[in-house]
Design a protein around this ligand. Structure first.
Ligand code: KIV
Ligand code: ZN
Length: 514
């Protein structure tokens, strides 16, 4: 039997550290359920000490998920570990992941600690975490730039203290596959008790090498990979889960291990994460990009028709393309709608939510002939995210005419009071945003505006993403509608609502008070 490669998903923790990708508790639960259905082994749900919101989200995920281990991140501090343990205690199975930097640069400039102090603190943290569980993971942060002798000392000591997983992070995406593979082999060879822990890797993608580095580590004995859906994560992101899983599965002739995830859930999961975070998936993205299995050139099409394997190394349906593309239409009833949501793993909590989503579905089915699974995902995200909004769109009328400046007339409900205003702009979306600003005066900067079609055809819903910045805080908003100007207004309002409610949270790798 080949070894098992443990898939540790950190979309909800490192993925959430991408600027603007912060998620609400309910959004995290939706993604966690999708990850459970994907059958990942470990779900890192967040950093409980970061804020009350993070704590509650980790707690909710811990209380919901039954078939994956739920993990919480903690700096190597007793108060972080206590908070993580408190958030995780309701889980069927949980892990505490504690970390401390070991590179000369981080120890000297960030922690202002000597190597001996770091070693002592790491052992103390693992010993403390073991009071709560024997499933303790330790990461020497910035291991990719740490001195190998010192890494060996720290790792040997934390394994002795009870760490069962040793995660080697390439925190800044600096290493190269050959070096990183050798590093894992060296650590396993040189550390006398290395056989008492699973070696894991956590690679960032600053040089576009996160997946290559992770796979090099697997070839050298790593048996856990930390990764995220769509490669979401801090800066350039983390290793993409879908690429790791499909590389190991497709090249089983090379990798001496196997993954146990349900690959048919990869595309639905990718869509959900993109939909909730508002980070679109580039069309040429491996496995989950819209073009990943599309053959444009005649020669390729001809080859694939004659014999699929001429140009395809994986089957689209094995990763979830087309698997669930069932269609609903305007005659579909409530039960069909509810069943479809259930099979997409979307559970609405109350009858009111189901009613609101069903009403939106009927509106959409009136405008659009066929309603696909992608439409339902977008529609539910849109319905749920607007549920508790303080600023709601009541109506929008936009006039565009050749030779005339576009004009938007908007009515918003702001804290229960309706207000209307009109504004002109260079285009219909610009006029709409100016009208919203005339009522709200948010003093935010618009960083990103993007539109993507949810399905094919001109009757498709447009999914709009908006990224705003205020006092250094970055917030994303999403909106979906068959009318892209209305989708834009919804996305802008979704972001503004978050600007007024999201409160500051600590960043695990910046906040240091050891
Ligand atoms: O990139 C990193 O080093 C991390 C650690 C907390 C594992 O995210
Ligand atoms: Zn990271």
């Amino acid at each position: 039997m080949a070894d098992k490669l443990i898939i540790f998903d950190t979309t909800l923790r490192d993925g959430e550290q991408s600027p603007g990708a912060s998620m609400t508790k309910d959004e995290k639960i939706r993604i966690a359920k999708a990850l459970e259905k994907l059958r990942v082994d470990v779900i890192e749900a967040g950093f409980p000490i970061a804020s009350v919101g993070d704590f509650e989200a980790v707690q909710a995920v811990a209380n919901t998920i039954k078939n994956s281990t739920v993990c919480g991140l903690a700096r190597a501090l007793e108060k972080d570990i206590d908070r993580a343990a408190e958030a995780l205690k309701g889980a069927a199975s949980f892990r505490i992941h504690t970390f401390l930097a070991t590179s000369p640069l981080h120890m000297e400039m960030k922690l202002r600690m000597s190597p001996d102090q770091v070693l002592e603190q790491a052992v103390k943290a693992v010993t403390h975490a073991r009071r709560y569980t024997d499933n303790v993971e330790f990461s020497p942060e910035d291991a990719g730039r740490s001195e190998v002798d010192f890494l060996c000392r720290v790792i040997e000591a934390v394994i002795k203290a009870g760490a069962k997983t040793i995660n080697i992070p390439d925190t800044v995406g600096y290493t190269l596959p050959e070096y990183f593979g050798k590093l894992i082999a060296t650590l396993r060879e040189r550390i006398p008790n290395s056989d008492q822990a699973v070696f894991s890797v956590h690679c960032h993608n600053d040089l576009g090498l996160a997946v290559a580095n992770s796979l090099a580590a697997v070839l050298n004995g790593a048996r856990q990979v930390e990764c995220t859906i769509n490669g979401l994560g801090e800066r350039a992101g983390n290793a993409a889960l879908e690429e790791i899983v499909m590389a190991v599965r497709t090249r089983h002739d090379v990798f001496p291990c196997q993954v146990e995830v349900d690959t048919t859930q990869i595309v639905p999961c990718s869509r959900l994460v993109s939909n909730i975070t508002g980070f679109p998936v580039q069309p040429n993205k491996a496995i989950v990009g819209a073009n990943a299995f599309a053959h444009e050139s005649g020669i390729h099409q001809d080859g694939v028709l004659k014999h699929r394997q001429t140009y395809e190394i994986m089957k689209a349906e094995d990763v979830g393309w087309h698997a669930n593309r069932m269609v609903l239409g305007k005659h579909s009833g409530r039960n069909a709608f509810r069943d479809r949501l259930k099979s997409l793993n979307i559970e609405l909590e109350s009858e009111e939510q189901l009613n609101a989503a069903f009403a939106r579905f009927k509106e959409l089915a009136d405008k659009k002939h066929e309603v696909f699974d992608e439409d339902l995902q977008a529609l539910v995200t849109d319905t749920l995210s607007s549920e508790h909004e303080r600023i709601k769109l009541v109506s929008l009328k936009v006039c565009t005419e050749t030779g005339e400046p576009p004009h938007a007339q908007i009515t918003l409900n702001i804290n229960g009071e309706e207000k209307s205003v009109g504004a002109s702009g260079s285009g219909p979306v610009d006029a709409t945003f100016k009208a919203i600003e005339a009522l709200i005066n948010s003093q935010t900067n618009l960083l990103v505006y993007s539109v993507n079609n949810v399905t094919n055809g001109t009757d498709s819903q447009g999914e709009v993403g908006v990224r705003l910045e205020k006092h250094g805080q970055v917030i994303n908003g999403q909106g979906a509608d068959t009318d892209i100007v209305i989708a834009s207004a919804k996305a802008y309002l979704n972001a503004l609502n978050k600007v007024f409610t999201v409160t500051g949270r600590q960043h695990p790798q910046v906040a240091v008070e050891v």
